[in-house]
Design a protein around this ligand. Sequence first.
Ligand code: CTP
Length: 447
Amino acid sequence: MKKVITYGTYDLLHQGHLNLLRRAKALGDYLIVGVTTDNFDIERGKLNVRNNVMERIKAVVDTGLADQIIIEEYVGQKIDDIQKYGVDIFAIGSDWEGKFDYLKEYCEVVYLPRTEGVSSTQLREESMPTIKLGIIGTGSIAERMVLESKYVSGVELTAVLNPNISEAKIFAEKYGIENVYDNIEEFSKAVSAAYVASPHLTHYCYTKYLLQQGKHVLNELPFTLAENEAKELFDLAYAQKLILMDAIKTAYSPAFRHLITLVKSGLIGDVVDVEAAQSTLEPTPRKLDASMAGGGMTEDADFSLLPIMMLLGDNYNSISFVSKMKNGVDIYTRCMMTYHNATASFKIGLGIKTEGDLVISGTKGYLYVPAPWWKPSYFEVRFEDATKNKKYFYSYEGEGLRYELQEFVSNIFYGRSQNRHLPHQLTVSMAKVQEIYKSGEHRIIIE
Ligand code: CTP
């Protein structure tokens, strides 16, 4: 019996898939079809797959062409499968021509003609109205978002806003953005959604105006600097049935998402402490500018509060800060929080360097994410018995902003008002921490 194997995602199963499966089956007597898992697709950069793995498997079953279905979940699995199932022929579409020649050592490799004019990507794009996205702000994070947006389907970058029109024009020209504005009223008319990456103190006003105009908003951190402002914005978004998201990029990255689910499922026992740190020796001048709400807390505290609040919640009993100040901004802050059953702490340095790692301590073991933990691609779970330690690896593509943008687009598409990866309540609580810090309460200043 001649065994043939082929692999794919098979999202929104289409005629091209059917033709391919028929041709593959015709090469032998028995067809094995490998369907990728959702995680494996995310890892290899396919962020926008519409059907989940069960739906995709069912679609392949329904073709009646597969004699056996297996799931593909890791790089290198093809060699293992070929040996395990005694495969004679590996078949794949001609779009992969040459890419699987390394399998010739194990079996025959056949590239089958690809059906022209249809693909899952095309079907996804056709079934989804393109979101006209505008960017407010032209700083480095806005630049990174422009580059990252190219990896997310369903968005078209159509407008940029900067009150300084010449800066907006330079930005638009550099990145080929059609519409340039210096005022929110005109900008808002040109977009269906906006990414707010303007100076901290303007986040609240821009976001509020955009929501009032019926626009979806992805708002950079710090979301707002006051609890009631954050709450008001979410209330407005609910009332208007709009998507409002906190752009803490770490929250949406594959590694961080998995880390949270692993810890919540009890892998390291009960969490008793979360400790995070972040520092840079090269802060931009804006980060040290008191008139623009610069300083370590506003710049970076939300990153550290993310694992703390995702794992321990926001019902802490006490919070205190120690800060070293320079020209009215905190260049170093250490924060300590206590919960009824746990503690948490973080350190932030602007011009002071420290190890930027994350340690989550539990009753059975601990989870260690090395620096830069806020751009995670690897972490380790460690136990008393070191033979049980395990390392976990993930992709963290480019600047990592594509993950949050993809989630934003998919939330708009599915009308998902709740944020699956960062509950709104926690964003509100992070704004409250900013407010407490700003009030000077529970804060000690050192020389
Ligand atoms: N395929 C094909 N003809 C098409 C589309 C896909 O022959 N028009 C083949 C691919 O070459 C591959 C298999 O179908 O062997 C599964 O591909 P998959 O990546 O699931 O489908 P695509 O439509 O290419 O998906 P996407 O657009 O997400 O890349």
